[in-house]
Design a protein around this ligand. Structure first.
Ligand code: NDP
Ligand code: GDR
Length: 372
């Protein structure tokens, strides 16, 4: 068992939750930074909760924010971490068009604040840093599949901010000999995925449509192609990247790309509903061809998927497909889930969640939030 100390920014997010659990199992003492919020925001890590009044805890949370350098410096000084996983970010690409300055501050300069704190505190020889870089850096297609050597062409304020974070990580590694690495992770999903990312939006809506709780799923660009993996596999790669002898950057991906429309088809198939798509562009609709599951009464001919241009982005990333050769060879990383396994896992979880929600709603209780 390890006796290392890790600090995770973004511990309340999808990846932070899986990584915290993974590191605790390895024997790490895990510190996490969470934001103050008017409602509890620790749902994803509640199962890891430890009473703060008990001694020798191995999961400790600190209030903080990536936009506050003094706060970050104080936490890093207190914690003296062996490893920092910088996962905190305003991570929604479409929202970054609406909050570009904040996104630059948190996602770009936030990374600098962490690196600079390590340097000023004299921790450059002790603390290793993982930076959550992204396939969004590739943006407008330059080559496929995309590898560590593919040039970047970011297509959103989010991706531009992450590009700064990528290069400042490389620069601190080269300038100050820090063990600082970028994991260039392609899209990864799970039952813990934020509800407004496309995969989770789909699996939630399909579950609700099957259970008669929603009529139609509205989507944007269904032609977009993504290389989707499972977050449980991807957080293992983050850890492996920091266990190597030399600090380097790695692409983490499955090497398979799929259209949003086909993800929709696969999710409906999980509840026994076969879909056919008619029309084109904004007029495209998904219509039920048949429903073979006797538990669900969705009639053939029902229009269950439509396009809402509100979800189109000012500049889109049309095609992502990663080349994971380096991570497979050097890290020995292999994903356990394929896309089918991922869809199954997400659908099983959301069908259960929506069944519970339906039951509670019918009993007059307030349950899940439905705002997007
Ligand atoms: P989530 O959106 O699920 O989680 C983001 C986390 O960051 C949350 O804990 C959030 O807190 C926190 N956060 C947001 N803004 C701040 C801030 N200003 N200060 C402190 N904390 C903040 O993202 P994921 O878990 O999916 O992704 C983790 C990281 O990996 C992100 O940096 C993302 O950009 C990057 N990434 C993700 C990929 C993916 O497919 N999931 C692919 C490639 C990169 P709160 O819970 O309070 O909102
Ligand atoms: P992405 O994920 O932008 O790739 O960023 P998202 O799931 O939001 O979009 C994927 C693709 O689906 C298209 N799309 C829609 N997207 C959303 N959210 N809602 C819709 O209704 C919809 N309809 C179609 C999008 O246009 C896009 O092409 C994610 C985030 O986790 C980033 O933080 C991370 O860096 C990248 O993945 C890798």
């Amino acid at each position: 068992m390890s006796n290392k100390v890790a600090l995770i920014t973004g511990i309340t997010g999808q990846d932070g939750a899986y990584l915290a659990e993974f590191l605790l199992k390895k024997g790490y003492v895990v510190h996490g930074i969470k934001r103050r919020s008017s409602l509890f925001n620790t749902d994803r890590i509640d199962h890891l909760y430890q009473d703060p009044h008990v001694e020798n805890r191995n999961l400790i949370l600190h209030y903080g924010d990536l936009t506050d350098s003094m706060n970050l410096t104080r936490i890093i000084q207190e914690v003296q971490p062996d490893e920092i996983y910088n996962l905190a970010a305003m991570s929604h690409v479409q929202v970054s068009f609406e909050t570009p300055e904040y996104t630059a501050n948190a996602d770009g300069i936030g990374t600098l604040r962490i690196l600079e704190a390590i340097r000023l505190l004299g921790l450059t020889d002790k603390t290793r840093v993982y930076q959550a870089s992204t396939s969004e850096l590739y943006g407008l297609v330059q080559e496929v599949p995309q590898s560590e050597k593919t040039p970047f062409y970011p297509r959103s304020p989010y991706a531009v901010a992450k590009m700064y974070a990528y290069w400042i990580t490389v620069n601190y590694r080269e300038a100050y000999n820090m063990f600082a690495c970028n994991g260039i992770l392609f899209n990864h999903e799970s039952p813990l995925r934020g509800e407004t990312f496309v995969t989770r939006k789909i699996t939630r809506a399909v579950s609700k449509i099957a259970l008669g709780m929603q009529d139609c799923l509205y989507l944007g660009n269904m032609e977009a192609k993504r290389d989707w993996g499972h977050a449980k596999d991807y957080i293992k790669a983050m850890w492996l990247i920091l266990q190597q002898e030399k600090p380097e950057d790695y692409v983490i991906a499955t090497g398979v790309t799929t259209k949003v429309r086909d993800f929709v088809r696969m999710a409906f198939a999980e509840v026994g509903i076969e879909l056919e798509f008619k029309g084109e562009g904004v007029d495209e609709i998904g219509v039920v061809k048949n429903c073979t599951n006797p538990d669900y009464q969705v009639e053939a001919g029902t229009e269950v998927v439509k396009v809402d241009p509100r979800y189109f982005r000012p500049t889109e990333v049309e095609l992502l497909i990663g080349d994971p050769t380096k991570s497979k060879e050097k890290l020995g990383w292999e994903p356990e889930y394929d896309l089918e396994g991922l869809v199954k896992d997400m659908m099983a979880s959301d069908v259960e969640l929506m069944k519970k929600d339906k039951y509670l709603r019918e009993g007059g209780y307030k349950t899940l939030n439905y705002f997007e």
